[in-house]
Design a protein around this ligand. Structure first.
Ligand code: BGC
Length: 512
């Protein structure tokens, strides 16, 4: 299994000169802002759906069940199809949008996808803030979803192509960092808007999405296209100049990297149908990763905490105010722990973080299942919960979030964005986004029903997948740290399992 640990004998990776120039830093930070709109959305829905005036107006049945029927089983209080549809319609729209975004990303460039994403997202925020009925809510969420689909299809690719390869990990993790900041901002906004006396705080929460939309829209307007993208559009002189500028090196020093990008771009042009090509045997490892990594990221169960933390905390005995407070704590841990990954991905490698994160998540998920099962049993009734009990549950959930935030959170986006060859990069990234959205949708849609039926076993369900995905990383995912993106084919050619796929069709022709 040695090949699982990255590049070994023979395949000495190339060393392209280049540093993190201010120019590249600013463009990557601006691009990573695309994560803000995604994060804000994830964070906002949980808080809004636990606000009484919002429920009273749009989901009166859920409200009555929650507010009036005190004897209801705690596991099943919030189980409502339309309520979950409100949260999850966004992810369905993003799923479909990412396929159109792949065309725009490939033909017009990564930057236009971001600009379009920000603008559509802005419209969604305005429709939601003005909502008079459920239809307006769902239309608004759908527009937000289209915006999100465009932004997350293009941002990780943009950053991976702009960044010098030795810092690609850290710079790419900025995308995840901005997702977590978006979630935290949403939690803070919810905390204050739920206190608004006129009961219209939910409008401010939903309309607040306009702020990150403007940030991404305006930044995308000023961002340059990546050298790869400029080349794909047939302008080699401009592409070379851009590469030299972002690497901060001389014309001669940029030669080797530029030639490799040109070569990749030629291969890319020869591919008329990247979707069809993805089915070829030599792309089997890429295809498998583009499906399994985003699927597993969602099967960690992180969004149960992110979407429904307030609902979850009410269930385990916090009042509505205290539960939003706890959601703020988990949001804070999520942001802080992402820095471990900003620091560590390029230093300790992707596999190390994946394996540590998986181990910790597994232990603390089982602990949460045990704690909830112990007090709530299968009936969902618990009386006289001691204060320390809720605190221990929150601590376990926080450690789970911490472990996710330095592993599957950032790496679930980083690793797919760096492993695809240019010719299939856009198409494969669409698969990543759509599988991620599909599973985000499924988790959002069925979580409340699952909590009602599986009860505390829900956490065991996710723990099972965490064990499975950790084994998957150990066996099948090679180390990609410090490998230039255009040289990535080596990691597959030298992997104990994947080499039989990539080498049968033959590795890419020797460079001359
Ligand atoms: C995931 C989201 C999740 C977030 C939590 C992201 O990487 O794609 O679904 O809510 O991490 O920080």
């Amino acid at each position: 299994m040695a090949g699982g640990f990255g590049i070994q004998s023979g395949g000495v990776p190339k060393d392209y000169p280049g540093k993190v120039t201010t120019y590249v830093l600013i463009t990557c930070i601006a691009a990573a802002m695309g994560g803000l709109i995604f994060g804000y959305d994830i964070g906002i829905s949980g808080g809004v759906t636990s606000m009484a005036p919002f429920l009273k107006r749009f989901f009166p049945t859920v409200y009555r069940k929650e507010a009036l029927d005190k004897s209801t089983n705690q596991y099943c209080k919030f189980d409502s199809f339309t309520l979950t549809m409100f949260t999850s319609s966004l992810y369905l729209a993003a799923l479909v949008a990412s396929f159109c975004a792949s065309k725009v990303t490939r033909s017009l460039g990564r930057r236009w996808s971001m600009l379009l994403g920000g603008t559509i997202f802005l419209c969604g925020a305005l429709v939601n803030a003005a909502a008079q009925n459920i239809a307006m809510l769902i239309i608004g969420r759908t527009l937000l979803g289209i915006g999100v689909g465009f932004a997350i299809q293009s941002v990780p690719l943009y950053v991976s192509e702009m960044a010098p390869y030795k810092r690609r990990g850290s710079l790419n993790v900025l995308f995840q960092l901005s997702i977590t900041v978006g979630i935290l901002c949403a939690n803070v906004v919810n905390y204050f808007t739920q206190k608004m006396a006129n009961g219209e705080g939910w409008r401010v929460s939903l309309g607040g999405a306009a702020v990150p939309a403007l940030i991404i829209g305006i930044s995308a307007f000023f961002l340059p296209n990546t050298p790869n993208s400029i080349l794909e559009k047939g302008n080699p002189t401009k592409a070379r100049e851009m590469l030299r500028r972002i690497r901060g090196v001389s014309d001669r020093e940029v030669e080797a990297e530029f030639n490799d990008i040109v070569e990749a771009s030629e291969a890319s042009k020869a591919v008329k149908n990247p979707w069809g090509d993805l089915g070829k045997r030599k792309y089997r490892p890429h295809l498998i990763m583009s499906v399994f990594i985003p699927m597993f990221q969602q099967l960690t169960g992180i969004n149960v905490v992110m979407f429904y933390a307030p609902v979850l905390f009410i269930t385990i005995g916090f009042g509505s105010n205290a539960s939003l407070m706890s959601a703020l704590i988990t949001g804070g841990v999520n942001v802080a722990a992402t820095f471990i990954s900003v620091y560590g991905t390029d230093k300790w490698g992707r596999r190390c973080l994946f394996l540590w994160g998986g181990g910790l998540m597994l232990i603390f998920q089982v602990a949460v299942a045990f704690l909830i099962g112990w007090k709530f049993g299968t009936t969902g009734q618990a009386s006289n919960l001691p204060g320390w009990y809720a605190i221990v549950v929150v601590i376990c959930i926080c450690i789970f979030v911490l472990a996710y935030a330095f592993s599957w959170g950032p790496l679930g986006w980083l690793v797919p964005s760096e492993i695809f060859p240019l010719e299939i990069r856009s198409a494969a990234q669409s698969i990543v986004v759509s599988v991620n959205m599909l599973f985000t949708f499924l988790v959002a849609q069925i979580f409340l029903a699952m909590l009602c039926h599986l009860k505390f076993g829900l956490f065991i369900f996710f723990a099972f997948f965490v064990a499975l995905m950790t084994a998957f990383i150990y066996i099948f995912v090679p180390e990609t740290r410090n490998i230039p993106i255009e040289e990535m084919s080596q990691v597959w050619e030298e992997h104990w399992y994947w080499k039989k796929y990539v080498v049968i069709d033959g590795p890419l022709p020797e460079k001359v």
